[in-house]
Write a protein that binds this ligand. Structure first.
Ligand SMILES: *Cc1c(COP(=O)(O)O)cnc(C)c1O
Length: 465
């Protein structure tokens, strides 16, 4: 009884929320000044959490306190503009604020009956996104945890639909003994696509990889002869160079033979929302399905991804796993468009971001990222670095003229505490990648970042002489 009463008091007095809020406010001030990866000491302090499963009820105030004391310093702060690792979006203040509210609501967005609010907002966002991305009017949109799951849903729809067109009922007979599908994709496709293909029953050796040019784009005339059994997977935004595959021509080739084209536009699909970058997505509407993140370029908190599928019936059938277009109520039941059943009402943050920014705000956000990426590449060139990509979007890929120097430079950058970015291999050589993906990144951040890169290189070259 004591436990339940305690919890009731915690709720009624709002004491734990108040405490959490106080620590969160402290973290905002801390996080603005915390650049890069946590120190070794902060990482070692995580051992505080290592213990056997407690027998006894704990002290909630202590639990929150220890998260603040040992957890906060071991986070990667999203509250400053100098984290360029992977493709990591920040969080718009409006989205963080409404997320707090949704935490209290704790909605289950599975069905209209479990959350009419989520159902309504999903309906509205579906229409807004179809318009923003220029997709065919009949396109169905589902709200998932990220692009990996979005691609998973879209490719399940593709697989089942193509089999159906070829006289095979996947829902009844599964994949064993089914007609053979062909998977055609870029040699530079994102690792998450390989993962989803594996989950969907396709092995590495079944994939027909197409070569890319020096920028990372698919070379059109290397695409093999397509046929109606093909699923073609291309990308809008190469994770290293930001390059966009030539969508329009590839879609034409595929549509001529009734093959399926899926576009992975995790961060790049948002280019469609700016007049300057929209041409990169010419032909976007001719694909069959699309996946995109809200938690990258749009700066919505994790986990927030979007799947879009032109053939509504095929997405719903695949997610219902019964081949039938069933809906449980006259209103939208979110779960019929996604892999999940119960899931949180992540739509609220996406809706709030779009409602707040409007088309103008989204365009401004994208233009800022692109302009800073160009500026960054110019500063790097001035400092005698080699910029390896044509900066068309928000990614900057560079190296020093000597690979050994690049390797050491990358390690020192990652310990610099001035900013953080990751590395990759480009043409079998180490390259350093900066992804400008937070609304918080400013011209000053870019200047400080390139200054730091240069001074590390200078120190490195001097010490070696
Ligand atoms: C990040 C990314 C993914 C994976 O998205 P998640 O949201 O991490 O699941 C897929 N493709 C590309 C191009 C990406 O940048």
């Amino acid at each position: 009884m004591g436990l339940l009463e305690d919890m009731k008091n915690q709720l009624d007095s709002k004491s734990l929320l108040t405490l959490s809020k106080d620590y969160a406010f402290q973290y905002i001030d801390y996080g603005k000044q915390s650049y890069g990866f946590p120190s070794n000491e902060d990482i070692n302090n995580l051992d505080y959490f290592t213990e056997t499963m407690p027998e006894k009820t704990g002290n909630p105030v202590e639990i929150i306190k220890c998260l603040s004391t040992y957890g906060s310093p071991a986070t990667i702060s999203p509250l400053n503009g100098r984290y360029y690792g992977f493709v990591t979006g920040g969080s718009l203040p409006i989205t963080t604020a409404v997320k707090w509210l949704t935490d209290i609501w704790d909605q289950n967005a599975a069905l209209y009956l479990t959350s009419p609010l989520s159902s309504k907002l999903e309906d509205i966002c579906e229409k807004w996104l179809v318009e923003l991305f220029n997709l065919p009017r009949e396109t169905a949109v589902g709200f998932v945890s990220g692009t990996t799951m979005a691609s998973f849903c879209a490719l399940a729809a593709a697989r089942n639909e193509i089999l159906k067109r070829n006289g095979w009922d996947y829902y009844k007979s599964g994949l064993y003994g089914a007609p053979k599908l062909r998977i055609i994709t870029s040699r530079q496709i994102h690792a998450s696509i390989i993962k989803t293909l594996s989950l969907l029953g396709f092995g590495e050796a079944q994939i027909e990889y197409v070569d890319v040019d020096s920028t990372g784009k698919i070379i059109i005339n290397r695409i093999p002869q397509l046929d109606p059994m093909c699923i073609v997977i291309i990308q809008a935004g190469n994770v290293n160079t930001g390059a966009f595959d030539p969508l329009s021509d590839i879609c034409d080739m595929a549509n001529d033979v009734n093959a399926w084209v899926h576009i992975d536009g995790a961060f790049g699909l948002w280019a469609n929302c700016s007049k300057k970058t929209k041409p990169l997505l010419k032909g976007i509407e001719k694909a069959s399905s699309w996946s995109v993140d809200a938690h990258k370029t749009l700066n919505v908190p994790y986990d927030n991804g979007i799947v879009a599928c032109k053939n509504r019936d095929s997405l719903i059938s695949a997610m219902q796993t019964n081949g039938k277009y069933l809906q449980f109520s006259h209103e939208r039941d979110g779960m019929i468009y996604t892999n999940d059943m119960s899931r949180r009402a992540r739509i609220v943050e996406l809706w709030a971001a779009m409602k707040y920014l409007g088309k103008e705000g989204i365009e401004a956000l994208i233009n800022q990222m692109c302009e800073l990426a160009v500026y960054c590449s110019e500063l790097l060139k001035k400092e005698q670095f080699i910029v390896l990509n044509k900066v068309e979007f928000n990614q900057v890929l560079f190296c020093a003229s000597d690979e050994v120097v690049t390797d050491i430079l990358l390690k020192r950058i990652q310990n610099s505490k001035v900013f953080w970015c990751g590395g990759t291999k480009w043409n079998n050589k180490t390259a350093i990648r900066l992804s400008i993906c937070s609304w918080l990144t400013t011209v000053d951040d870019i200047r400080i970042t390139v200054q730091e890169i240069s001074s590390i290189k200078r120190a490195l070259l001097e010490s070696e002489i």
